[in-house]
Design a protein around this ligand. Structure first.
Ligand SMILES: [Zn+2]
Length: 110
């Protein structure tokens, strides 16, 4: 099989995996270019990360845009820091107030 055939097969898989299938010819051109920088697997992994990281309100971009901008190299967002982490007292009996609990925890550790 020629390199072109292999690339066409890879592109077919990419196309099937991409969540927003528009502008196929542009996508194909961009795909060939992107493959100079990344393997087929890297691009597919990139799609998976992209789909996972996309907020619900955002639209999927065009595959050509995605490829041309090198979006497969986008880093997965850091796990959302839980700002409102619920306070759970580890003591027995449980503390009624957080300051008291924190104080007790410091003393126990010392
Ligand atoms: Zn406590």
């Amino acid at each position: 099989m020629s390199a072109t055939t292999l690339l066409a097969e890879d592109f077919a898989r990419f196309w099937q995996t991409f969540p927003h299938r528009v502008g196929k010819l542009a996508a194909q051109r961009a795909y060939v270019k992107a493959r100079q920088h990344a393997s087929a697997a890297e691009l597919l992994d990139g799609i998976a990360r992209y789909v996972q990281a996309k907020p619900a309100w955002a639209e999927y971009c065009h595959p050509a845009t995605w490829l041309n901008s090198g979006r497969w190299m986008d880093e997965a967002p850091a796990p959302t820091t839980r700002i409102y982490e619920p306070w759970v007292c580890p003591h027995e009996p449980q503390c009624k107030h957080r300051p008291a609990c924190d104080f007790l925890s410091t003393r126990r550790r010392a």
